[in-house]
Design a protein around this ligand. Structure first.
Ligand SMILES: CC(C)(COP(=O)(O)OP(=O)(O)OC[C@H]1O[C@@H](n2cnc3c(N)ncnc32)[C@H](O)[C@@H]1OP(=O)(O)O)[C@@H](O)C(=O)NCCC(=O)NCCS
Length: 160
């Protein structure tokens, strides 16, 4: 039996997401999601000063990004996306580690997220990372052609 190749994350630099990043970010959204976030969704998050980062490779190429919403005792992950060409190289874990560090920095002991019930890949990544599936929100997500898809609510305790 042959071993799977080891795919480690590429070299990257992380920076706060800014409005000039959004043209590239939205192009990735359209590749990555059936119902992508709009320019306005991102701008609202940036105006609200939510923590948000982009990861870029050595030639400044976009590798991935995340956006989260801080609350009183918790952080809510709103968007985490790896550029399709770089999926499967562990970048989700890199970004989750950075998000957890942000939770610690802010003293927020609980991290929440929703994921489409049909997004097996993301659910697997979160479970492996240590999230627990704690609930289900019926018809939470829009899907093309007007139907709705349930969300799985996931949670992770952060040692602060
Ligand atoms: C979900 C996402 C963030 C994961 O990022 P990533 O950096 O590619 O994650 P990983 O490198 O850990 O690879 C994904 C893992 O999922 C697993 N996986 C892949 N397809 C899978 C499937 N259909 N079912 C279950 N697990 C799957 C694999 O085991 C893979 O791990 P491996 O590389 O050890 O084989 C990324 O795929 C992505 O951006 N997807 C589109 C946007 C999205 O769905 N975001 C999450 C919204 S909640």
């Amino acid at each position: 039996m042959s071993a799977l190749p080891l795919r480690s994350p590429p070299p990257f630099e992380a920076a706060a997401m800014r409005v000039p990043d959004l043209t590239e970010v939205i192009a990735v959204e359209y590749q990555a999601y059936p119902v992508p976030w709009t320019h306005g969704n991102f701008v609202d998050s940036l105006v609200a000063d939510y923590p948000a980062e982009v990861l870029r490779g050595p030639r400044a190429e976009l590798l991935g990004y995340w956006v989260a919403m801080p609350g009183v005792d918790e952080m809510h992950l709103l968007n985490i996306t790896v550029v399709p060409a770089w999926q499967g190289h562990g970048l989700a874990v890199v970004m989750l580690d950075r998000l957890v560090a942000e939770c610690r920095h802010r003293g927020l002991p609980q991290l929440w997220l929703e994921v489409r019930v049909g997004n097996a890949r993301a659910r697997e990544v979160y479970l492996r990372y240590g999230f627990a599936e704690v609930g289900r929100r019926r018809a939470y997500y829009p899907v093309p052609q007007g139907a709705r898809e349930d969300a799985i609510l996931m949670s992770l305790a952060v040692a602060v």
